[in-house]
Design a protein around this ligand. Structure first.
Ligand SMILES: Cc1cc2nc3c(=O)[nH]c(=O)nc-3n(C[C@H](O)[C@H](O)[C@H](O)COP(=O)(O)OP(=O)(O)OC[C@H]3O[C@@H](n4cnc5c(N)ncnc54)[C@H](O)[C@@H]3O)c2cc1C
Length: 490
């Protein structure tokens, strides 16, 4: 096959990038670029112009300046586990991959702070301080592979965010490279920072305001005692009521995760936990704190579970058994492969009190499209993760799964919830933003984005439902050539 020559402009750009990051860290080969064509939203693929792998803040700033000089859009990428297409390339973009920035720069146990590069893997933060009795609280189920930079961009959550809060509660400062290559620090290490809370504008910004090249995170002492229990119920109704009653009793568990029958089946098949298959739902719960506190609250929570109709309540007999229970829960998405050739991970939020009603509506909508849905989710936060099961080999099933996934978000909105709890909007859910927010809300969000990035260099075409300009921001410039993203199906 004839290979097309690389345009002179691109050759010049590749040379400039190599001048910034050194040899071997700019990928332009078409076969090698395939690895970077998608993130965890694997059904959508776009090839970037080039991938660049910087190792320092100065290199990221240099790369951003090259992109700015040539008017090239930039997509930041951490580990590429995002499920909403946040790290999906846009046509002609430079994909700035932070996965080589894995240095832990400082550990300050006394002040409970750690300074890390953005490519550090979430679990490696805890591993670095575990021997000293500390840990990093936000624990997405992908924590063994996802990066701190990606967690910051998505404001990631996890099972233990019910008690300890999301990423935004654990990142106190960040170094950010802006679209013109300037390097700024937002937030500060001190407990009582001055001025606007700009760190909160960066956390959860989905890579739209700049590239995080360093972060100062808060680390916590490992609680004196953690008690785990696993309870089964006839249906998600009793399990949902149990969660509400536990919280209403003033108990704040460290984590409360719910799984329905299909999810339990998949987890049992994939991990070998000996959970019963003839139940309607199960809760996996952690209660932690001081010994005296935990002994009281764990006992009270078990009593509430029994009164709510629990069939069985189990406590793990060893650390290994507890670890296996959590491994089962955290491996739930991947486990779906045991019961279905394909699945679509949805992420929405509802008020905790509506769990049973909403799960019934989701089941009805899924059944009306002839599909099955498994549910495994952060019940304490009301953060649902319906997994719509389908077979892509059957004509029309993938489309029906997407239809169901969209209807699920509309149900969440109808019950006073939101279209994402933790996986972000990205390209996948941008279309639903207009159903959740009015024009004035979206304009206000866009105004913040444009203040950081007036030419919309970073992640153009994502999060906002329609191309939004920065024309109303003083000094800002109009549309970027690539704003109308032609995202293709692969
Ligand atoms: C099996 C599985 C389980 C998951 N479980 C959870 C869960 O429990 N909770 C949860 O919250 N999420 C979960 N996720 C989603 C995903 O892991 C998180 O969103 C994670 O934070 C993404 O991190 P990443 O390093 O892979 O980022 P990427 O996917 O590479 O990027 C995500 C977003 O961050 C931006 N970005 C990345 N790095 C930077 C940076 N340094 N500066 C600026 N922007 C940046 C990208 O542009 C993109 O918009 C799960 C995913 C999978 C596949």
């Amino acid at each position: 096959m004839k290979t097309l020559p690389i345009p002179d402009r691109d050759v010049a750009i590749f040379r400039e990038l190599a001048g910034v990051v050194g040899p071997g860290r700019t990928i332009v080969d078409l076969a090698e670029l395939r690895t970077y064509e998608c993130d965890g939203l694997a059904g959508v693929r776009v090839r970037p112009l080039a991938v660049v792998l910087p190792e320092t803040t100065e290199e990221v700033a240099g790369v951003v300046r090259v992109a700015a000089a040539h008017g090239i859009p930039i997509v930041p990428r951490g580990s590429g586990t995002g499920l909403s297409g946040g790290a999906l390339p846009v046509p002609g973009c430079l994909l700035v991959v932070l996965s080589r920035m894995t240095r832990i720069l400082a550990i300050d146990l006394e002040n409970q702070r750690m300074r890390v590069q953005p490519g550090v893997i979430n679990l490696d933060v805890t591993r670095a301080i575990a021997a000293d009795g500390y840990y990093y609280a936000p624990d997405p189920s992908s924590q063994s592979v996802c990066s701190i930079g990606g967690n910051i961009a998505e404001n990631s959550g996890g099972a233990h965010c019910l008690k300890y809060g999301f990423t935004v509660n654990h990142v106190v400062a960040a170094t950010v490279v802006l679209a013109d290559g300037r390097v700024v620090t937002v937030g500060e290490s001190a407990s009582d920072p001055l001025g606007y809370d700009l760190i909160a504008a960066v956390v959860g910004s989905e890579g739209l305001v700049g590239i995080v090249t360093e972060a100062v995170v808060r680390i916590l002492r490992v609680p004196e005692l953690t008690r785990t229990f696993f309870a089964t119920f006839p249906s998600t109704d009793e399990a949902g009521a149990c969660v509400s009653e536990i919280v209403a009793a003033g108990i704040v568990p460290a984590a409360v995760e719910m799984m329905d029958t299909l999810a339990i089946e998949a987890i049992v098949k994939a991990t070998g936990v000996d959970w019963p298959l003839d139940v309607g739902a199960a809760l996996l719960m952690d209660v932690d704190g001081t010994r005296a506190e935990v002994e009281h609250t764990a006992g009270a929570a078990v009593e509430i579970a029994r009164a709510a109709g629990a069939i069985e309540v189990r406590t793990p007999k060893s650390d290994a058994e507890r670890a296996l229970m959590w491994k089962g829960r955290k491996g739930a998405f991947a486990a779906m492969g045991r019961i279905s050739p394909n699945y679509y991970v949805q992420d929405g939020v509802i008020p905790r009190s509506q769990i049973s009603t909403v799960l019934r509506e989701i089941a009805a909508v899924t059944a009306s499209e002839g599909l099955r849905v498994a549910n495994v989710f952060h019940a304490g936060d009301g953060n649902l993760h319906p997994l719509v099961l389908y077979d892509a080999r059957v004509p029309g099933e993938e489309h029906r799964a997407e239809t169901v996934a969209g209807k699920i978000l509309q149900i969440c909105i109808r019950y006073g919830g939101s279209i994402t709890g933790e996986h972000g909007v990205g390209v996948d859910k941008a279309v639903y933003m207009g159903e959740l927010f009015g024009d004035a809300d979206l304009e206000t969000m866009n105004f913040v984005r444009c203040t950081f990035d007036p030419e919309r260099t970073f992640n153009p075409g994502k999060v906002f439902p329609t191309p939004r300009l920065c024309g109303d921001v003083p000094g800002a410039y109009a549309p970027h050539a690539v704003e109308a993203t032609g995202v293709g199906r692969g």
